[in-house]
Design a protein around this ligand. Structure first.
Ligand SMILES: Cc1cc2nc3c(=O)[nH]c(=O)nc-3n(C[C@H](O)[C@H](O)[C@H](O)COP(=O)(O)OP(=O)(O)OC[C@H]3O[C@@H](n4cnc5c(N)ncnc54)[C@H](O)[C@@H]3O)c2cc1C
Length: 313
């Protein structure tokens, strides 16, 4: 029987490569196929993305969201400071909001920051405007959007306290502004509608510049004294168990300084794993397993991951 080849060619589903191309077609921002992600993470670890995209503005994000949904390809938003990307990298589209970095002051001591604004930049801006309320976040390296999604926090406060509203682009490209009251913030998580956080409003208050600066400087000094900030890491690896600290528990079972390959439990703060050179995700994961197993055996505590594990092994 003769097969109708022309018909088959028309109806055959597009290849994975073609769907990826269609998902990122027409974007104005950078599009890079087979992009190494190592350099986009604070851990300096991780395999490549099928395609890495840096939208230039919210319109670009909307277009990307729609096309990704139409082509049914996976999408992951990467800030890069609390993730461990496995060695074979991430399939589908990885989005970096690094180009969405505008900040503007609005009436009533409110700052609006686009999703890709780094927390250190935002704190610097607030200081220059004598706006108080973000000092608790001094030293957190993530993007403001990542900090909302993770409800980032320190012993001085958490994101929940500063957020007034969040702008999200949904997978079908709709833009929704969610007031803080509609968001369920809990320990290192926030329940938001599915989509990409492209903007955050922060409610601050008028303050005295030198006072704000002092709190920030003191906290940065405290961090330098207690955390391994000179080596690549992804911040805290584990969530703190109830009424305890993960760092204290890991230290108590004798694992400060334990290593697998170039991945090492920091000798300065046992809830940090540092990359001493060429650590792979596999090294880090094997060290994480070792820590969890020993902690569970000796204390009964099941340590939960704070960092997000993504990609293929
Ligand atoms: C040295 C160091 C110190 C740190 N100290 C702290 C600390 O004191 N307290 C603390 O809480 N954290 C700390 N962190 C971790 C990290 O900075 C925070 O968790 C931060 O909130 C992560 O932001 P990010 O932009 O890097 O997001 P990522 O780590 O890349 O992503 C985290 C999650 O958020 C999602 N996400 C990111 N951006 C978006 C977006 N625009 N829209 C939708 N989803 C998004 C990602 O897909 C992922 O699921 C530290 C990290 C380092 C390296």
């Amino acid at each position: 029987m003769r097969r109708n080849l022309q018909y088959e060619q028309k109806t055959r589903p597009a290849s994975k490569e073609r769907r990826l191309q269609l998902a990122v077609a027409g974007l104005r921002g950078m599009v890079q196929f087979h992009a190494p992600l190592k350099d986009y993470t604070s851990f300096h670890i991780g395999g490549p993305a099928d395609v890495l995209v840096q939208p230039v503005d919210v319109e670009d994000v909307i277009r990307l969201s729609r096309q990704v949904a139409e082509q049914r390809v996976p999408i992951f938003v990467l800030g890069g400071t609390n993730v461990l990307i496995r060695d074979k990298g991430i399939r589908g589209v990885v989005v970096s909001l690094a180009k969405l970095r505008a900040i503007k002051e609005e009436p009533g001591s409110v700052l609006h920051a686009e999703g890709g604004v780094g927390m250190p930049t935002l704190i610097g801006y607030a200081i220059r405007r004598s706006l108080a309320g973000l000092e608790w976040a001094a030293g957190i390296p993530g993007s403001v959007a990542g900090c909302v999604v993770m409800n980032a926090g320190t012993r001085l406060g958490e994101m929940k306290r500063s957020v007034k509203a969040v702008r999200v682009v949904s997978p079908n490209g709709t833009v929704t502004d969610c007031p803080a009251e509609s968001i369920d913030f809990s320990y290192r998580q926030a329940t938001l509608p599915p989509g990409i956080v492209v903007g955050v409003w922060l409610q601050l208050k008028p303050g005295v510049r030198s006072d704000i600066e002092k709190v920030v400087k003191d906290y940065l000094r405290y961090r330098r004294d207690t955390q391994p900030l000179t080596l690549p890491s992804a911040g805290c690896v584990f969530k703190n168990p109830a009424n305890d600290s993960a760092g204290r528990v890991v230290e108590a079972v004798g694992l400060k300084g334990a290593s697998v390959g170039d991945a090492c439990v920091s000798t300065k703060h046992a809830n940090f794993i540092v990359n001493q050179g060429q650590a792979s995700a596999r090294d880090v994961l094997s060290l994480i397993r070792k820590v969890r197993t020993r902690v569970a055996r000796r204390t009964g505590i099941k340590l939960e991951l704070e960092l997000k594990l993504v990609g293929q092994a």
